[in-house]
Design a protein around this ligand. Structure first.
Ligand SMILES: NC(=O)c1ccc[n+]([C@@H]2O[C@H](COP(=O)([O-])OP(=O)(O)OC[C@H]3O[C@@H](n4cnc5c(N)ncnc54)[C@H](O)[C@@H]3O)[C@@H](O)[C@H]2O)c1
Length: 276
């Protein structure tokens, strides 16, 4: 087989410089030059200038919960439209959490954009250390990113994350994977809180039960502590409540009843009111 040479990505522009943007810059900064565009952060470069400079862009803008519970992807859409307007044809890596189907929808609207959805799994409280040590790198290819540009993106992540498995999926699979992870974590928290309440009634220590439970490798020891790392019961923070609500909204649109996820959200509201 002839060796295919890939033009390496050397300059990455980050769009949205919050937890995910800074984590991504921190991680990729080990192998590429990084610049960012975020009007609310000092040092922000103008979008058009950053797009001229960068070999690839990473979208890390917010996707907040709308009143209905659905994810509001409007900022991601605006940014994609701006990039298409600038004629940006190099890889665009979407890291913002978006509902399944969003990246392909963007690809249909702006076929010039070479889109790949790469979910981010960092935790806010450990965002820098998590960003450099992902359990796996996931690349969900849209139809608009061709072979050579896929090879560039693969090469970028392989250079940076030499030990992490690289998983290649469709965009919808990669988008669903992110929501699936957070749904599983939320369900684990809800179940652990129920069992901890029962343990207390029985005069048993949940911590002792949990310590023995997690010795079984099938269980996984995350998200079972009660209270959680923030000292509170139930789940809160900016990701689990929003992403579980978004997943329920997607399922409703698809006429699928996610009873277990809905029950976990319902049970959590009792222990921790919204915003708590
Ligand atoms: N925080 C987490 O732990 C985490 C983990 C995984 C995935 N995510 C997802 O990543 C995305 C970003 O989350 P975050 O926690 O980094 O958010 P954040 O609020 O910390 O940062 C987002 C940044 O984007 C900027 N921004 C808003 N509009 C912009 C625009 N048009 N152009 C450029 N910048 C713009 C904001 O000023 C802000 O600084 C969300 O979709 C979130 O669900 C977050």
């Amino acid at each position: 087989m002839p060796t295919v040479t890939v033009e390496p990505i050397r300059r990455v522009g980050i769009l949205g410089y919050g937890y995910v943007g800074r984590g991504t810059a921190h991680a990729l900064g080990a192998v590429v030059d990084v610049g960012w565009h975020d009007p609310s952060v000092p040092g922000s470069r103008p979008l058009a200038e950053l797009a001229r400079w960068a070999d690839a862009l990473v979208i890390c803008v917010p996707t907040p919960m709308s009143n209905s519970g659905a994810a509001d992807s409007s900022i991601v859409r605006e940014v994609a439209e701006q990039l298409a307007g600038l004629g940006f044809a190099r890889p665009v890596i979407v890291k913002s959490t978006v509902p399944p189907g969003t990246t392909d929808d963007l690809a249909r609207r702006w076929p010039l954009l070479a889109l790949v959805f790469s979910p981010e799994f960092l935790r806010e409280r450990h965002y820098l250390e998590d960003a450099v040590a992902p359990a796996r790198v996931v690349l969900g290819w849209s139809p608009t990113i061709d072979g050579p540009r896929r090879a560039q993106v693969r090469d970028l992540f392989r250079r940076r994350f030499t030990d992490a498995p690289l998983v290649e999926l469709t965009t919808v699979e990669a988008e669903l994977l992110k929501y699936s992870a957070n749904a599983l974590f939320g369900v684990k928290v809800a179940l652990a809180n129920e069992l901890a309440e029962l343990a207390a009634r029985l005069g048993a220590s949940w911590d002792a039960v949990r310590a023995a439970l997690v010795l079984d490798p099938r269980v996984g020891d995350g998200h079972l502590a009660v209270p959680g790392p923030d000292g509170k019961r139930g789940f809160g923070g900016s990701c689990l409540p929003k992403d579980m609500a978004a997943l329920l909204s997607v399922a409703t649109d698809q006429h699928v009843d996610l009873e277990v996820v809905a029950a976990a959200v319902h049970a959590n509201r009792r222990r921790r009111p919204p915003g708590g």
